[in-house]
Design a protein around this ligand. Structure first.
Ligand code: ADP
Ligand code: ADP
Length: 228
């Protein structure tokens, strides 16, 4: 379902961030992406949702080579995956409800369906009671739960998360992981870059380690593998 073949990414400043990656991730997998800062994890992940385009190589998502995707097809492609960021990236002037509803309004879903679906995903992240609030009125953990709700409202097959617990305290991080576990249990593929050794070593999943733009380790039920 996600397949990279000989993927390279060289930024305009001459830095080669990803250097010949071959990988295949199947539907329903949960994959941690680990490695030192500057290793290329974000670049690897950004290419999966077409935030960055590879310099060479093929990236197949459900059989479509997104390295060659026409610009006008990018928004349609993105509808089928969810993205969660370290810094949440919620719309500050919109309520929790509106932040989550936005993706469905853009595709002109029926208003009745939008309401039902938004309340359903807010329920999943335990934030139904805060639907009227603004992001600034919420804790970091609650904001991340809103952003997870937003990422799954379209029922994507894949959710990509770039250090989703990077700004959160340990207790809150575990809560966030419980939600990702639940989403994965329901069949959604999760690809998550993380520096959280505790989590990776406790909730065991496939671990892909990247160093200097290359995959140096790829293990089912792997461990974090770096010193604290
Ligand atoms: P990680 O997520 O593992 O910290 P990144 O993918 O962010 O790694 O970065 C890999 C390398 O690419 C680093 O040397 C970084 O400085 C460089 N890099 C990342 N983004 C850009 C960019 N937009 N322009 C130029 N260089 C970049
Ligand atoms: P209740 O009747 O208990 O308010 P609802 O399911 O109607 O339950 O709504 C729950 C929350 O969702 C409320 O806080 C409401 O403000 C919010 N909400 C519902 N529909 C919308 C909408 N179209 N725009 C913004 N917020 C909405």
């Amino acid at each position: 379902m996600i397949e990279m073949q000989n993927v390279y990414k060289k930024y305009p400043n001459g830095v080669t961030a990803v250097s010949g990656i071959d990988v295949r991730i199947n539907q329903g997998e949960f994959v941690y992406v680990v490695g030192p800062s500057g290793a290329g994890k974000s670049t690897f992940i950004k290419m999966m949702y077409r935030e960055e385009v590879p310099t060479s190589g093929t990236i197949l998502i459900n059989g479509v080579n997104i390295a060659k995707l026409k610009l006008k097809r990018v928004p349609i492609f993105r509808r089928n995956l969810g993205v969660v960021f370290q810094d949440f990236k919620l719309l500050p002037m919109k309520t929790v409800y509106e932040n989550v509803a936005f993706a469905l309004e853009v595709i002109e879903e029926h208003p009745k369906y939008i309401k039902k679906r938004v309340m359903e995903v807010l329920d999943l992240v335990n934030l139904k009671h805060k639907a009227r609030m603004l992001p600034t009125e919420l804790s970091g953990g609650e904001q991340q739960r809103v952003s997870i709700a937003r990422s799954i409202v379209n029922s994507p097959k894949v959710v990509i998360a770039d250090e989703p617990t990077g700004n959160l305290d340990p207790d809150t991080s575990w809560e966030i992981m419980k939600i990702f576990e639940e989403i994965n249990t329901r069949g959604t593929t999760i690809v998550m870059a993380t520096h959280n050794r505790e989590i990776v070593n406790t909730i065991r999943h496939r671990v892909i380690a990247i160093e200097e733009g290359r995959i140096v380790r790829d293990e089912q039920r792997g461990d974090y593998g770096y010193e604290a």
